[in-house]
Design a binder for this molecule. Structure first.
Ligand code: ADP
Ligand code: MG
Length: 674
C-alpha cells in the first residue's frame, strides 16, 4: 500500500508538471495561478489523464476514495499549501443516467447530468473536531470522515488514558462549507411522461452555491451510500448520494444536437418550400384532426420570437405564451403532450405540478438536512424550453401569485424562511384549461368562463377557445380521421417532414436567425393596434387593448419569419399573425349580448353591457334596502320592472354574496354591506 501510494503520488506529480510536455506544462500554469489567486481548485480534464496515463485514470475510476486524496497530496506537495482540491471533469466514459445507478457503481467514480431541483442552505460541516479531556486537560483532534460525528474513545495522554468526558472546542475545530443539492433527470430524457428520478449531491468547500435550482449541471463524483434506519434500528438497505468532485453548469445556449453540413443544406432547401409554414404546422400532433390555427401557433412557439435585452437592462421575452381553453375531450391534452415531446427541452405537467414546488418554486423542509431548501417547480425545470401545463386552472394559490412574474419577466423570486433567490424561468408556456363549470355555456361570454384571473389571461399572447358543438361536416371528418388512425397509424399520421429533421430545423433557426421587422410589417401591426385602441376609445371602454398585445404580435411575427428561415419579418408574416390574433382575440372578447368586440371582456372578465347591468342591479338593491333587509322576491320584482331577467338576478345575487357586497343575516333577508 505504501509503495502504491508513492507510485500514484509520483504519477500525479508527473502529470501536473509534464503534461502534455515538460516545456509546456498545461496544469503547471494553472497551479502557478493558484499560488497568486484565491483559487482553491485545480480542474483536470479527464481526457488529458486518459491520454497521459490510462492506468492512472483507471485507478481514479475504480478506487476514487483512495486515489483522489493522493492527487490532492501531490498538488499540495507542489503548491506547498493546504486546503486545495483536484477536480476531475469531463469523465465521458463514466457518464450514466440517474435512473441507471446500481450497486456496482457504489464507491466508483461516475459522471451524471441533471437539473438542480432543490438546493439546501449552506451549513458549516466539522472536519477536524478538537476535543479537550475534562480530567487532564489534554487536547486531541478527531478527523471527521464518516457521516456521523465521531468522538474520542479514550484520552491519548498516556498519563491519563481515561474515557473522558471530552469537551468539543468549537472555536479551535476546523469547519468547511457543506450543501446538498438534489438533481433530477432532464425532461428531454423522460419520454412518455415518466417521473424524473432524483439523487442527492453533497457539495463541499468552494463548490457550494455555484449551481442554483433550475441549472443544468454535469457532475462527477463518487457514488456513496448511507445506511437507512427506522426507529426500530438500522435497515439492510442503503440510501445513495453522490459525493461531488466537480460540478459544471451547462451553458444555456449550447445544445447537444450537432447539425452536419449536408443536413444544413437540406434545411435550407426545405425553407424554400412555399408551403413551409403549413407543412411545419401539420407536423404538430398529426393524430389530432383539425385545429390548423392552434397547430400553427404551437409551431411558432417552438421557434419562438427574438429575445431582446435593452441597454437599460430590460428584458423583453421572445417566447410566446399560448392558452387553450376548451370543452372536455377536444384533444387539448393530446396537443400539449405532443408539443412537449417535440419541443427541445419540453416538459409536460399538470397544473398541480409534480413536486411540492408546483409550477414555480417553494421553500420546503428538507428531510435529509433537517433545514430549509429551495425547490424548483416546473417552469424553472423547463428553463430554456416549453412548459406544457395541462389543467392550469388547478394550480395552487402560491403559484397563482408568482406565475405572473414568471410569464413576463421570466424569473421567479422567492423570499421565505431566510432563503432569498431569483430563479430563471425562461420557458414558453403552453397551457390548457377546462371552462369554469366544466363545459362552455353558450349564453355567457367566454372570458368569464375562463377560470383564471384576467391579469394572467392578458399575459398569454394567444388564447384559443375550443367548443365542442356538433357540426356534421366536421364530426364526420374527425370520426374518419380517428378511425383511420386506429386502423393504420403509420400511414395516416406520417408527418410531412421527418421529425428528426424538423428538430434540427428548429434548432438551426433558433441559433442562426434573429429576424427584424420590415417597415411594411411594422406599419401593418401599428395600424391594427391603433385601430383596436380606437374601437375601445369610441365605445368608452375604460381599459383598452394594451401594449402587451402589440408585443405579442411582434413576437409571433418574428417566430413566423424564423419558420421561413428569414432574417426579416415581412408584411405576409404580419398579416398572418394579425389574422390569427383576430380569430382568437375576437372570440374571447365578443360580448355575447351585443355580438360586438369588447375589450373589457378580456381585461376584466365581464362585458361592459353586463357590468353596467350589475351596477344598475346593485343600485336597485341599495335603494330597496332600508336597513332591515329585503327578500329575493322583492329584488326580482323590482329588477324585472327595470327589464332584467329573473335568472340573471339570481346569479348576480349569488355573485354579490360571494364577493361580500351583499350578505344574508337571516334567511331570505339580504342586506347591502355599506
Ligand atoms: P381534453 O384534454 O381536451 O379533455 P383529450 O386530449 O384527453 O381531451 O382527448 C380525448 C380523446 O379524444 C383523445 O384520445 C383524443 O385523441 C381524442 N380526440 C379528441 N378530439 C380529437 C380530434 N380532433 N382528432 C383526433 N382525436 C381527437
Ligand atoms: Mg385533458
Amino acid at each position: 500500500m505504501e509503495i502504491e501510494y508513492e507510485d500514484i503520488l509520483n504519477r500525479f506529480r508527473d502529470f501536473f508538471l509534464a503534461y502534455p510536455d515538460v516545456s509546456n506544462p498545461k496544469y503547471k500554469t494553472y497551479i502557478d495561478e493558484m499560488k497568486t489567486t484565491e483559487k482553491k481548485s485545480l480542474d483536470i480534464d479527464c481526457d488529458d489523464i486518459l491520454d497521459y496515463d490510462p492506468e492512472l485514470y483507471e485507478a481514479i475510476v475504480e478506487r476514487p476514495v483512495d486515489v483522489i486524496p493522493i492527487a490532492e497530496d501531490a498538488l499540495k506537495s507542489i503548491l506547498l499549501g493546504e486546503d486545495v482540491f483536484v477536480r476531475f471533469y469531463n469523465a465521458k466514459s463514466e457518464e450514466i443516467e440517474i435512473r441507471d445507478l446500481r450497486s456496482i457503481h457504489v464507491n466508483k467514480f461516475i459522471q451524471v447530468m441533471g437539473i438542480v431541483g432543490r438546493s439546501s442552505e449552506v451549513k458549516p460541516e466539522i472536519v477536524e473536531a478538537v476535543f479537550q479531556c475534562q480530567r487532564c486537560g489534554h487536547i486531541q483532534i478527531v478527523e471527521q470522515i464518516e457521516e456521523f460525528f465521531k468522538k474520542p474513545g479514550i484520552c491519548e495522554n498516556p498519563a491519563c488514558g481515561r474515557n473522558g468526558p471530552f469537551k468539543l472546542l468549537e472555536d479551535q475545530s476546523k469547519f468547511r462549507d457543506w450543501q446538498v443539492l438534489k438533481i433530477q433527470e432532464r425532461p428531454e430524457k423522460l419520454r412518455g411522461g415518466r417521473m424524473p428520478r432524483r439523487i442527492n449531491l453533497i457539495i463541499r468547500d468552494d463548490l457550494v452555491e455555484l449551481a442554483k435550482a433550475g441549472d443544468r449541471v454535469t457532475v462527477t463524483g463518487i457514488l456513496k451510500t448511507v445506511q437507512e434506519s427506522t426507529f426500530k434500528g438500522k435497515k439492510t438497505t442503503f440510501r445513495k448520494y453522490i459525493d461531488v468532485n466537480s460540478i459544471r453548469i451547462e451553458d444555456q445556449d449550447v445544445e447537444e444536437i450537432k447539425i452536419a453540413k449536408e443536413e444544413e443544406e437540406k434545411i435550407k432547401k426545405l425553407a424554400q418550400d412555399p408551403f413551409i409554414i403549413e407543412k411545419i404546422a401539420s407536423c404538430i400532433a398529426p393524430s389530432v384532426y383539425g385545429y390548423p390555427d392552434i397547430k400553427e401557433a404551437i409551431a411558432m412557439q417552438l421557434f419562438s420570437g427574438v429575445l431582446k435585452e435593452l441597454p437599460d437592462g430590460t428584458r423583453l421575452r421572445g417566447d410566446p405564451n399560448i392558452l387553450l381553453v376548451g370543452d372536455p375531450g377536444v384533444a387539448k391534452s393530446q396537443l400539449l403532450q405532443y408539443a412537449s415531446r417535440i419541443a427541445p427541452r419540453g416538459l409536460y405537467t399538470s397544473g398541480k405540478g409534480t413536486s411540492a414546488a408546483g409550477l414555480t418554486a417553494a421553500v420546503v423542509h428538507d428531510e435529509t438536512t433537517g433545514g430549509w431548501a429551495l425547490e424548483a417547480g416546473a417552469l424553472v425545470i423547463a428553463d430554456g424550453g416549453i412548459a406544457c401545463i395541462d389543467e392550469i386552472d388547478k394550480m395552487s394559490k402560491d403559484d397563482r401569485s408568482s406565475i405572473h412574474e414568471a410569464m413576463e419577466q421570466q424569473t421567479i423570486s422567492i423570499a421565505k424562511a431566510g432563503i432569498v433567490a431569483t430563479l430563471n424561468a425562461r420557458s414558453a408556456i403552453l397551457a390548457a384549461s377546462n371552462p369554469k363549470y366544466g363545459r362552455f355555456d353558450r349564453f355567457k361570454s367566454f372570458a368569464e368562463q375562463i377560470d383564471l384571473p384576467p391579469t394572467l389571461i392578458s399575459r398569454f399572447d394567444l388564447v384559443f377557445i375550443i367548443t365542442d358543438v356538433p357540426d356534421e361536416e366536421r364530426d364526420k371528418a374527425t370520426a374518419k380521421h380517428i378511425l383511420d388512425v386506429h386502423r393504420n397509424a403509420g400511414e395516416v399520421i406520417t408527418p410531412p417532414i421527418d421529425l428528426e429533421l424538423l428538430e434540427k430545423y428548429i434548432l438551426y433557426a433558433k441559433i442562426n436567425k434573429f429576424p427584424v421587422l420590415t417597415k411594411q410589417a411594422s406599419r401593418k401591426m401599428h395600424n391594427f393596434y391603433v385601430q383596436l385602441r380606437k374601437i375601445a376609445q369610441d365605445r368608452d371602454a375604460p381599459v383598452p387593448i394594451t401594449a402587451r398585445q402589440l408585443e405579442a404580435l411582434i413576437r409571433l411575427g418574428e417566430a413566423r419569419a424564423k419558420m421561413r428561415l428569414s432574417d426579416k419579418v415581412e408584411a405576409e408574416d404580419a398579416e398572418a399573425v394579425i389574422k390569427l390574433f383576430k380569430n382568437t382575440l375576437f372570440k374571447v372578447g365578443i360580448d355575447p349580448e351585443t355580438g360586438k368586440l369588447d375589450i373589457d371582456v378580456i381585461m376584466t372578465g365581464k362585458p361592459k353591457s353586463q357590468r353596467d347591468r350589475l351596477i344598475h342591479l346593485m343600485d336597485i338593491i341599495s335603494e330597496l334596502d332600508k336597513g332591515d333587509g329585503i327578500s329575493l322576491e322583492d329584488i326580482i320584482q323590482e329588477a324585472e320592472r327595470e327589464g332584467m331577467d329573473k335568472n340573471f338576478v339570481r346569479r348576480a345575487i349569488e355573485e354579490f354574496k360571494q364577493k361580500g357586497d351583499l350578505y344574508e343575516p337571516t334567511p331570505n333577508k339580504f342586506k347591502v354591506l355599506r
